[in-house]
Write a protein that binds this ligand. Sequence first.
Ligand SMILES: Nc1ncnc2c1ncn2[C@@H]1O[C@H](COP(=O)(O)OP(=O)(O)OP(=O)(O)O)[C@@H](O)[C@H]1O
Length: 308
Amino acid sequence: MGKAIEMAQVAKSYDGKPALKEISFEVREGSCFGLLGPNGAGKSTSMKILSGLLEPDRGSVSVFGRDVRKSAREIRQQIGYVPQGITLYEKLSAFDNLAFFGEMYGVRGSALKRRIGEVLEQVGLADRAKDAVEKFSGGMKRRVNLAAALLHRPKLIIMDEPTVGIDPQSRNHIFEMIRSLQQGGVTVLYSTHYMEEVETLCDELAIIDHGEVIAKGELGEVLDRFGMQAVYLELQEGGALPPVPSGFGKPAPRERGWVLETPSPLDALTAWASACKARSLKVKQLEIVRPSLESVFLSLTGTTLRDN
Ligand SMILES: Nc1ncnc2c1ncn2[C@@H]1O[C@H](COP(=O)(O)OP(=O)(O)OP(=O)(O)O)[C@@H](O)[C@H]1O
């Protein structure tokens, strides 16, 4: 498989302040690639450069093997860019908003009408085509924006934090849409500061922090390389504090139980089991769990992504 995106040593400053310091990453054709990082890390800047909306100061950027600067027009036809902000006409219906975007992309007439029906179906809003966008929730507006980026059947979709501040139903629709796009061979570049989203959706990722790539690769590879295994404990009577196994750190709450990150999970599991037994606590679940991106970020930066 070829490369959908190749960014090499890309740097960008705003008013002398570096936002990207020599960013390099590659996205395989057909993959769902997560660009993960805290606010201000440089995700939007990278995406705007890739979409040809912003010029880098240095470095090279190519999309499907073509230089973004030299082939800007052709590349724009292959990219569907979904910005962070909503860009819709509130008074117009979802259909009319999409008709406007479609014409901008050069889709017209009955082909456009048909295509609008298809993309509204894809984002789960086919039954709301005629309603004015001003009546929509934030999540529904975001979905119309996503639909707009699909009208010209791009081979690469670039989405800048599409799930920030939206309802769970819209989030699920977006996830389903991404999965079906990927099944249809479309490459997806997805930025977020939610690690769980990357874990659920993406097969490759780059973690960026302060304008630098601090880890990249296949999801499983990054987790194995930088993450730490953990032991998960859930007790039968919810709410009780778990015993702390001696010789290990303090467990942290997760879901309905607690989790203990450790380089020696089998020893931790055994020690935790003995500590529970000694206190006659009824264990509902005790198991070794695979590393999370949370532990990857922590081990690479010394801070949790949530704290940022
Ligand atoms: N137009 C601009 N002018 C000046 N500084 C900017 C501009 N756009 C972004 N920056 C700065 O560049 C850095 C990277 O910002 P960028 O928006 O790319 O990050 P991000 O990871 O997308 O974060 P966010 O989720 O907050 O958008 C930040 O320090 C930001 O303040």
